[in-house]
Design a protein around this ligand. Sequence first.
Ligand code: ADP
Length: 689
Amino acid sequence: MMKNALKYILILFFALSINITCLKLMANGTKIFRVGAFNYYPAIFQDNDGIVKGFYVDALKEIEKNEDIRFEYIYGSWSEGIDRIKSGNIDVMPSVAYTPERALFLDYCKTPLLTVWGELYVTFESEIDNIKEVQGKTVAIMKGDFNAQYFIDLVKKFGIECNFVEMSGFDEVFTAVKEKKVDAGIVNSTFGVAKQKEFRIRSTGVVFNPFDIFFAVKKGENKELAEILDKYLNKWRHQEFSVYNQARQKWSHGTVGKIEIFPQWLSYFLAAIGFLILAAFVFIVLLRKQVFRATKDLLKQKEILRESEAKFKSYVNTAPDGIFVVNETGKYIEVNPAASIITGYAETELLALSVRDLQPPETMEQDMQYFIALKEQGRMSAEFEFVHKNNSKRWWSVEGIKLSEFRYLGFAKDITERKQAEFLLKEQNAQIASQNERYKQLNSELQKSKEKAEESDRLKTAFLQNMSHEIRTPLNAIMGFAELLPRCYDNKEKLEKFSRIINERGTDLIEIINGILDISKIESGQLTLNLEEIRIEKLLHEIDTFFGEFQKKIRKHNLAFNIVLDSKVANTIAYSDPVKLKQILINLIGNAFKYTQTGNIEVGCSLKNENDLLFYVKDTGIGIPANRHTEIFERFIQAHQNSNQLYGGNGLGLSIVKGLLDLLEGKIWLESEVGKGSTFFFTLPLKTK
Ligand code: ADP
């Protein structure tokens, strides 16, 4: 606001001073000429900063440089300018077309400034394209414009009626067209060409009234100024790159050539820009070269890569092993033809499956452990079953490699035939092993049988030898004494003695033969059991009676013989063979009497447990050495040296006892101390009928 106010005050001040003197001289003698300025873009106009600019101004500046004159600009409308020059308030008016009326108060320069013409402008949407189409329309014109007057006359001549709206300048005319306040507007060609783009309006192509425009001075005044102006204009007309022409170019189209009026800094700036463009160009060329080389390398590498990929693909496709790539969930994402052959699924079918789909349900959890191991350890190698598309179970060996968190590579081989062969081999090995075991058993049984047979043979021989020896001993005695008998018929004493010996040895012989018969029966399994209920108390009573008689007979009166019966078994009834049980007791008690000189013999029975009876025969006899406790149950074995001569006997009694107890399912053992006595224990099962 302040700036504009100041501007108007200055204009007013200049106007007043002009009234005082038409021509002002500067202190140093430079002449000042006042130029009528108005809005005639781009020739002359007032810019936003309030300064009058345009190619007229540039041209006048060039003249200022060379001549001792200066120009001042008095801005106003075109008609104000005309009025001012008429009244002598300005010295020179540019852009004045020649009209006889104006020639009355103006002197024109000889060389025209421009040749211009009138032009009809409309908006882009307008349908006005020829002069007839302005019929009934509103047309904006600049007040006092020579062209406008011509157009008004022209339409009248054509009988076209239209409304004209006067504006103060060309800017206002274009603004009215642009804002569609009017249908069309008339400006001269110089302004129109320069401003149509800015206002976004177009020429209708209706052009008219070409004419020249000149600098004009007040009639009869400033003749020398007119001459100076003519001199420069005339010179510039013939120079292609004259200051005037270049300034026109610059202001009309915004382009400049080699122009002196450019400020120095602009030249430097443009030079710098040029240098930068050149540097950029060189840089771009070098860059392009580098890019070209890099691209070439890249293409080469791409080709190598493509070739190697193709090679790799052919290896994968022809590989005899199945190749699978799965993602982290086990879904197949890549497979090769061999994978398809192994599984029976087409490649596309496989790509819709995951590892779980090929594992048998019964081993699924165990098989998935391999996949977990692969994820955790990065590698995995295993043999396991899978289900073929035809539902048969087959075997494969899989080598897994972790490529990334999301990709796992597997090489698979169908090993079904090998596995089947292995199973068969295993089965056959097991059969062979079991056969070997059987053979071994048979061998051992055979060996045992052989050993038994040999042993039996040996025993038989030993037995026969023993037997013949045992039989021969009493028989020899019998035969010897029988031979002596006839020689001692007259010796009654000898006769009785020899007869007694023959009788005793005969008894021995019978005992031996009975024992041998018993043993053979037991060992040949011919002895049968006659089971019946046995009242233990009754049985022991019979034994007691038997040995009472026996003791009398053998005259061992210093020996006490007792039977101790546990009250718990007094009425116990065992189910067994009474004859054999009695024989066992008789043999054991008989031995006790045989090997005991003084002291006592005790026979007892009690319950060992609820199933067995426990018998014992205890004596205070000679005892048996500990190392003979087992052997004495064998045939013909006697524990003491010269036992036979000292105590009699033949070593068969205990082996018969052992054999009988085996038959009755009892057990026998002993406790003994040499010189103190022996106790024989045996058990008898308490069976019921
Ligand atoms: P024998 O007819 O010789 O007594 P046995 O088979 O009955 O044959 O006994 C074998 C051997 O055991 C006897 O020769 C004897 O040396 C020893 N023997 C058996 N019973 C007793 C016992 N009560 N006291 C000491 N030795 C005994």
